[in-house]
Design a protein around this ligand. Structure first.
Ligand code: PNS
Length: 161
């Protein structure tokens, strides 16, 4: 059984994330999508909300499971029995940061390798921060987030106003 973990902030999940999830789910027997803490970011949505968005978004993919973990990714990957950490790469600008994390994670847990999936071209510019900014300024995010959670995100962000 080949298990992979796809970690991220997912604040919120975007069509770019969903594209990586769908492609990675075809490559592994089981894919654990893990909502984790990025020390450099302050999330807008709490982890239950982010996990709920992911549950709804991935309900059609049977070998995907959603989890939340607050500690080290390398440790959690080991706990899950994962052989791989999946990361999406959008542009060269992502590379340096992701490369350093992949090396650190392999040092912390040599059993787990990081696998990079190149973004599909139409999602190259997408990021959760950009989507939040557009929504906060009243713009439409319909082309950027999965349809299943579009209204939930918009309603939740209106509550924040
Ligand atoms: O979607 P993001 O914010 O780019 O995801 C980054 C994330 C959450 C995967 C990364 O910050 C992470 O792995 N956090 C868990 C804590 C950890 O293991 N830190 C050391 C990474 S080398």
């Amino acid at each position: 059984m080949k298990i992979a973990i796809y970690p991220g902030s997912f604040d919120p999940v975007t069509l770019g994330h969903l594209d990586v999830i769908e492609r990675a789910a075809k490559m592994f027997d089981r894919l654990v999508v893990a909502v984790m803490h990025n020390g450099a970011k302050k999330p807008l949505f709490n982890s239950e909300e982010r996990m709920g968005f992911l549950e709804k978004t991935t309900a059609h993919i049977p070998n995907v499971e959603i989890a939340g973990f607050d500690g080290l990714l390398a440790e959690y990957a080991g706990q899950c029995g994962a052989c791989a950490i999946v990361k999406g790469l959008r542009a060269v600008s992502d590379f340096e940061y992701e490369f350093a994390m992949a090396l650190a994670n392999r040092k912390l847990n040599p059993q787990v390798d990081t696998v990079f999936l190149m973004t599909s071209a139409q999602y190259m510019y997408l990021s959760s921060s950009m989507i939040k900014d557009i929504a906060q300024h009243g713009g439409s995010i319909a082309d950027f987030v999965p349809a299943a959670i579009h209204d939930d995100i918009v309603l939740r962000m209106r509550k924040d106003d």
